[in-house]
Design a protein around this ligand. Structure first.
Ligand code: THG
Length: 400
């Protein structure tokens, strides 16, 4: 048996393997980093974690995903999304380096703005889809999804001889999400919270420390992200973080606050993609519906430009779509569900899928082969019990 046949070249885990998946615990160690809020999250009864950017991300608490979904749409939740690590790029060539990393132009970006940006490699393959924050003309944070952008940035800076400093600062985003998030944060940080527009940030005082708060978050609901920074001169990071959590919690009681985490139902309905799950380096930004951040008139130089322009002129073979499908309520997908056409051709795979209690059908995100991607097309989803379920292609975000 050759090693090559064992490994394939890609991850070939398929649905059948899931049958053998048991409830085995993750072995914790220093490599799987805790956050300043992990103690609090544990006190709140966290039931599951995943690992993103080598850091714990809570995945569930006492309530079901459905209960959390309804709660998120009505009330307010606090999420430990510290795993959205910041790659801080500063120095005289900071803007040059950031611009080299993305097809989206940052020429007109002002301090205090957040930009959603694709980061691509030389083949125009997606490396990450972070939120970029401009802190100053020579200082940026890249708030990353799950891949090691710090190393990529350092490699580019070294190879290009850029005069920059690249570090991962002690910043741990805490998201406050849901329709009551504004009232909750006003009660803590004051009326200026109301002036924050979507994808803008401002600096707020917290116990004598300065904290960045943005109107943003990985949900379809209104919400904010506190880019919590530990200040060792005042307290240690964990103490100050726990104080922040406690103040949010105590003020949140009158708003019916709950501990939470990115909600799979809400995220899929919103069409918010997850790097490494819904798309990888094998996908280009056009396939990921990110063409609006790849404008041809943005003529700056960036890695992957030639490859991207070629793809733009030749067209793409697949694109991200929503799928609504029949059958009994689907549990969160642990491994992708293959999607087939009427004549049994594999045309995609649902990496994120679950039952939506609002749409009253299963929903999923999938790249779909271009011959089949038109809205309303009929497809078939192969689930683990071997049954084919009928599905239909929809636009993203899912209809309200
Ligand atoms: N917040 C922060 N960092 C993050 C995420 C986040 N890093 C990782 C991951 N999430 C990055 N992915 C996304 C995907 C979508 C959005 C944000 C982060 C998003 N998009 C809006 C939309 O598509 O409607 C707005 C885009 C825009 O107007 O530019 O919010 O959640 N800090």
């Amino acid at each position: 048996l050759k090693i090559a046949t064992l490994c394939g070249g890609k991850n070939r885990m398929s649905g059948e393997n899931l049958i053998h998946q048991k409830n085995i615990k993750l072995n914790m160690s220093r490599r799987i980093r805790r956050t300043p809020f992990t103690n609090k999250v544990e006190e709140c009864g966290v039931s599951d974690f995943t690992v993103v950017n080598h850091m714990l991300l809570p995945k569930g608490f006492k309530n079901s995903v459905e209960e959390d979904y309804w709660h998120l749409r009505k009330e307010v939740q606090v999420w430990d999304v510290s795993c959205q690590r910041q790659v801080q790029i500063s120095g005289p060539d900071a803007a040059k380096l950031v611009q080299k990393m993305t097809p989206r132009s940052i020429k007109k970006m002002e301090t205090g703005k957040c930009f959603y940006i694709p980061i691509i490699d030389e083949t125009a393959g997606m490396i990450n889809d972070p939120v970029l924050l401009k802190l100053d003309d020579d200082m940026f944070w890249i708030s990353i999804a799950d891949s090691d952008i710090l190393l990529w940035a350092k490699g580019i800076a070294l190879g290009s001889g850029y005069n920059v400093e690249i570090v991962e600062p002690d910043v741990y985003p805490l998201a406050i999400q849901g329709p009551k998030s504004e009232d909750l944060l006003v009660s803590i940080f004051g009326e200026d919270i109301k002036k924050l527009k979507f994808f803008n940030f401002k600096v707020f005082d917290f116990l004598g420390t300065k904290q960045i708060i943005a109107r943003s978050g990985y949900s379809k609901q209104d919400g904010f992200e506190i880019y919590f920074k530990g200040f060792e001169t005042h307290f240690n990071e964990i103490e100050l973080g726990e104080k922040l959590w406690d103040i949010i919690w105590d003020n949140g009681k009158k708003f019916n606050i709950s501990p939470g985490c990115p909600n799979l139902i809400d995220r899929i309905e919103a069409g918010l993609m997850s790097y490494g799950n819904d798309f990888t380096r094998e996908n280009n930004p056009l396939e990921c519906n990110l063409e609006k951040y790849c404008k041809q008139e943005d003529d700056h130089d960036f890695i992957g430009k030639d490859a991207l322009r070629k793809i733009q002129s030749e067209g793409i073979k697949q694109q991200m779509r929503g799928i609504i499908f029949d059958g009994e309520p689907c549990k969160p997908t642990g491994v992708p569900l293959p999607v087939y056409s009427k004549n049994n051709k594999k045309i995609g795979q649902i990496a994120s899928g679950i039952y939506s209690p609002r749409i009253k059908k299963n929903i999923g995100l999938s790249m779909i082969n271009r011959d089949f991607w038109d809205l309303g097309n009929e497809v078939f989803i192969n689930t683990f019990n071997g049954k084919n379920r009928k599905g239909i292609i929809t636009s993203l975000p899912f209809p309200d």
